[in-house]
Design a protein around this ligand. Structure first.
Ligand SMILES: Nc1ncnc2c1ncn2[C@@H]1O[C@H](COP(=O)(O)OP(=O)(O)OP(=O)(O)O)[C@@H](O)[C@H]1O
Length: 268
């Protein structure tokens, strides 16, 4: 396997929000196998506070599995994962709570509770983390819903929402408890170009307004070029490319070019 192609200049990394020196998220030599299938092989990734990384690559290459490693839903066979300096793959399940408060994952489909209204869904993490003051809950829910332009829909149930509104409810739920990082698993899937653009704008807004660190798994190349500071392409278990969107466009690697231009030879 070829070395990942990278550009000549390192991507600029926004300054750390808390002034800390360490990366906010770091994967070191992460390997994961399911049965005989080697899904991840020596994955190395580093994200600073406030960065927006898009992960691209053909289907089934381990993009979602990578996200799940970061919040401890999957443990690596070898390698290390750090979140804000904490070595998470050594933590027991009950010790993961502070990590999952810092890092929220927006699953495909948003994973809302259908029996709760939009505002009840958004309030859920606060209740789970022991916030009981009604006025505080109301004002934080209102602020989170305003951030994703859903305030007027707060009394609706998820079944009465469009796909994009469901995803925005998921984003509001992710930010309400002051998450520092959101992992988005295909946030644009199933949306028309306008709905997809709205989600992209929300992701950019979260970054600009709250300096949220984001990792976005996506198949939508337009979205990648709109929102990413950096892009990682997973291919056959390895990082084939890591660099800025411009470096991605300019990559001399034919595999990368075939993928971003939608040529089907890549899966052959
Ligand atoms: N818990 C699991 N047990 C066994 N195999 C798994 C498990 N989770 C994922 N896999 C396998 O690992 C591979 C990578 O899955 P993953 O969901 O990360 O792919 P992906 O790159 O996100 O794909 P897509 O773009 O289609 O969503 C797939 O072959 C999948 O079947």
């Amino acid at each position: 396997m070829a070395e990942p192609t990278t550009g000549t200049t390192p991507a600029s990394s926004p300054a750390s929000a808390n002034g800390s020196q360490h990366a906010f998220i770091e994967l070191k030599n992460v390997c994961k196998r399911f049965g005989s299938q080697q899904v991840l092989l020596n994955i190395n990734l580093t994200l600073q506070h406030g960065e927006t990384l898009c992960i691209i690559g053909p289907s089934g290459e381990g993009k979602t599995v990578t996200l799940k490693h970061i919040i401890g839903l999957i443990k690596p066979d070898s390698g290390e994962i750090y979140v804000d300096g904490v070595h998470v793959n050594r933590l027991k399940e009950r010790e993961m709570a502070p990590i999952r408060k810092k890092v929220s994952m927006l699953f495909q489909g948003a994973a809302l509770f259908d029996n709760l209204t939009v505002e009840q869904n958004v309030a859920f993490p606060l209740l789970e983390h022991g916030v009981r003051d009604r006025a505080e809950i109301d004002s934080r829910v209102r602020a989170a819903l305003q951030a994703v332009d859903l305030d007027e829909h707060r009394h609706k149930f998820p079944t009465a929402l469009s796909g994009g509104m469901r995803k925005r409810t998921g984003i509001a739920r992710a930010i309400i408890d002051h998450s520092e990082c959101i992992l988005y698993d295909e946030p644009n899937s199933g949306l028309d170009p306008i709905g997809s653009d709205i989600i992209d704008q929300m992701i950019l807004r979260m970054q600009r307004r709250y300096n949220i660190t984001s990792i976005i798994v996506t198949h939508d190349m337009r979205s990648v070029f709109k929102i990413a500071n950096r892009v990682a392409m997973l291919y056959r278990g390895e990082i084939r490319f890591l660099g800025t969107p411009q470096e991605l466009r300019d990559s001399p690697d034919q595999v990368v070019q075939d993928f971003i231009n939608g040529h089907s030879d890549i899966t052959g």
